[in-house]
Structure formats: C-alpha cells, structure tokens
Write a protein that binds this ligand. Structure first.
Ligand code: COA
Length: 373
C-alpha cells in the first residue's frame, strides 16, 4: 500500500468583500420596505413585522466580520437580496469551474510538476452548478489533465472526504496524483432575507494536490498519517433544492430550497460528535491529541471552533494552535479548513503534527492527521 502526501494547496479569493455593516444595512432596508409594504396586514395581526438584524449580534454569535463574494451588487440591493451571476453559454467555462481552476493553478504552480502526473480530479463541494457534465470534468479539461474526474457532495465535509478518497486512490494505485478542488459559491444557497442565517456564508475556492509518498519531493509537503470519515443522519442543516422541485414558486414556500438550519441544535450535537471523533482517531493512531501543533478546523462558528479546540487540547488553544480565518472569510463550507491550512501552515519542523478536520450537514465529519515532511 502506498502512503499519500499532501503536496500543495491553492486558494482563490473573490474580488469583493462584504462587511457585516453592509450586510446589515441592506437587510434592514429590506425589512423596512417589507414592513411598510405590509403595514396593514401587520396592524391587523395577519402577518408579523420583521425584526432588524444587528452587527454586534452577528460578530458575537458567529465571530464573522466580513466575507468575500463573487457578486456584491445583488447582495447590497434590498430589492434583489441574491447574487446576480449571469448564466453563461455552454461554450464558456462555468463560474464554478473557473474559480476551481484558479485555485488549482496556484496549487499546481506551488507543486512544480507537470499536470501529466495527475490521474484524477475530484470536485468536492456543497453546491454544484449543474447536474452534469461533472464540474470536475470541466476542470480536468480546462487544465489539460488525463485520467478521470467526478463530483462529490458531502456539504461542509466535502474536502476531507475528498482528501480521503484521493489518499485511497494513491494507496491502491488508481492514480499517481490527485487534484481535489472545492469551489464554494455559498452566496447562491444562502437566504439573504433570513435574519437567523443571512450572515453565515462567503464565497471562495480551494485546491489540494495529493500524491504518492515515493513520488513526493523530499522535505516538501505533509504525510497523511490517518483519515477517518463519519456520517449520522440529521435534518438540522438542510437544503431541499433539487431537480424534482425546479419550478418551486418564489416566496415562503421557496425558503426550504435554500440553506436552513437549527443553529442551536447543530451546535449542541456536532461539538461532542466531532471532539470525540478527533480524540478517538488520534488514540487509534497512537497520537496524543494534546500534542498537536496546530488544528485547521472547519470554519463554522467561532464558539463551535473554540469549544472543539478546548475539548481536544484539554485547555484553551492559542490562536496559533486553532487557526481562525472565518472572521475574514465567514463560513465557506468545505473550503474553510483548507483555507486555514493553506494560509497558516508555516513554522513546522519535520515530524510535527497537525489536524485538518471538517464537519457539517448530514451530519458529516472527517479527520485528516498530517505530519510535516
Ligand atoms: N440580528 C440580531 N438578533 C438576532 C439575529 C440577527 N441577525 N439572528 C437571531 N437573533 C436573535 C434571535 O431572535 C434570538 O433572540 P431571542 O433570544 O430574543 O429569541 C437571539 O438572537 C438568539 O438567537 P439564536 O438563533 O438562538 O442565536 P445563536 O446564539 O444560537 O446563534 C448561530 C446563531 C447560527 C450563529 C449559532 O447557532 C451557530 O453558529 N450554530 C452553529 C451552526 C453552524 O455553524 N452551522 C453551519 C453549518 S456547519
């Protein structure tokens, strides 16, 4: 069995930032207009007036200060409240593939090897632009890669499921190297009219190259020491959008075709599930989790990440130990832990250990223990 190595990563950050102040101003303008439009029905008790959103609440409840988005114009227009991303013709590269390719090019450049070494492309993300042909095949073609490619969706856990799949392909000899991309245009699945969740997500794309240890450049990259996946069914994070309900009417009945969650329940149920999984997996690998130099957790919510960090290390982690990028990027679904890994993997001596971990809808969770080469 061949061991796998994370050889390189890449990151595409969209051009527009959207701050909490801008988001809240737009939401509150939408609320004012809604309440004015429905003043009679509200006065008659037929519908409830919408309450405003608040910046201090958002920062305290989530740790998010800002996010990047592909389109800002629609998100700061209270009459639109959704990203405006024009449809492209079949002859143009799709938006999702375009941002995946941008992240992949950066990873390939850092890797420094020809794409002919790559035998498989996995597009692992929460939302695919279309049903088929696979986004991964479009990315494969744009980069001139041979072999095979496919899409997979495990919501916020997609990247760790993708890394494990890549590592298993390396182990069995299915590919010499695998490119795994996570294009996340989460602004497209977010209900910007929902006060409870309008602040949660941001757009981004990440890329990871996994190759066989025997091919990896000595001293470069990260040995994958162990990978583990877990899923437990839950309705607490859900999106009912699908090909059987494409004609869903706008308005109230369309809300469940976007991201919906029971945030409190998610918090209560996912924190223990993930902390126990990390500790058990470490123990099965003969590792002391409290000796991890760094954790690159899914960037869901500051309070969730702090609590998981505390449970794993048995003390308050320092900012170097528990990397947080969600203040700047928000929750970027599958890409969050990879952005953290990409941006903050310096200062490791050979042999020091870290953990990439994701969790989210399904429920789903994945752990990838890595050791600096
Ligand atoms: N502005 C101001 N107040 C708001 C608000 C907003 N945008 N949204 C909700 N509130 C209010 C609520 O009305 C409620 O008021 P009440 O106490 O008077 O009823 C109060 O704030 C608390 O609401 P609640 O939804 O319970 O907030 P919370 O502290 O649980 O935080 C989340 C909400 C979503 C940030 C939090 O539950 C969370 O992050 N959960 C984890 C889920 C997650 O990260 N999922 C992503 C997929 S992995």
């Amino acid at each position: 069995m061949r061991h796998a190595v994370i050889a390189a990563t890449g990151l595409y950050t969209p051009p527009h930032t959207l701050t909490n102040a801008e988001l809240v101003a737009t939401f509150n303008a939408y609320v004012e207009r809604f309440n004015a439009r429905n003043a009679e029905a509200i006065a008659a008790g037929e519908i409830e007036a919408l309450p405003p959103s608040s910046e201090p609440f958002i920062e305290k409840a989530s740790g998010i200060k800002s996010r990047y988005v592909i389109d800002k114009s629609g998100l700061i227009d209270p009459d639109v409240m959704r990203p405006v991303i024009p449809e492209r013709s079949n002859e143009e590269i799709s938006v999702l593939a375009e941002i995946a390719v941008a992240a992949a090019r950066q990873a390939i450049e850092a890797w420094g090897k020809p794409v002919s070494e790559i035998g498989a492309v996995i597009c692992a993300a929460s939302n695919m632009q279309r049903a088929y042909p696979a986004m991964a095949i479009e990315v494969q073609q744009a980069l001139g890669i041979d072999g095979f490619a496919f899409d997979m969706n495990v919501a916020c856990s997609s990247a760790t499921f993708g890394i494990k799949t890549a590592a298993d392909y390396i182990a069995t000899g299915s590919a010499k190297a695998v490119l795994m991309v996570n294009p996340e245009i989460t602004s497209g699945h977010l209900n910007f009219c929902d006060r409870d969740s309008h602040f949660i997500f941001g757009d981004v794309a990440t890329a990871v190259i996994v190759e066989a240890e025997e091919d990896a450049t000595p001293g470069q990259g990260w040995d994958i020491i162990g990978t583990r996946l877990k899923t437990v069914f839950s309705n607490n994070i859900r999106n009912n959008f699908g090909f059987l309900n494409r004609a869903a009417p706008e308005g109230a009945s369309a809300k469940d075709k976007l991201f919906v969650q029971e945030g409190r329940k998610v918090f209560r149920e996912v924190v223990p599930m993930v902390s126990e999984m990390i500790v058990d997996h470490a123990s099965d690998l003969g590792l002391d989790p409290t000796a991890l130099k760094r954790m690159w957790l899914h960037q869901a919510n500051i309070n969730m990440n702090d609590m998981i960090g505390r449970k794993v290390l048995g003390r308050d982690p320092s900012p170097e130990e528990n990397v947080i990028i969600l203040d700047e990027y928000a929750n970027t679904s599958s890409a969050g832990s990879i952005i953290a890994f990409h941006k903050a993997n310096d200062g490791f001596a050979a042999g020091e250990m870290g953990l990439i971990c994701s969790f989210g809808a399904g429920y789903s969770a994945g752990t990838v223990f890595v050791r600096k080469r």
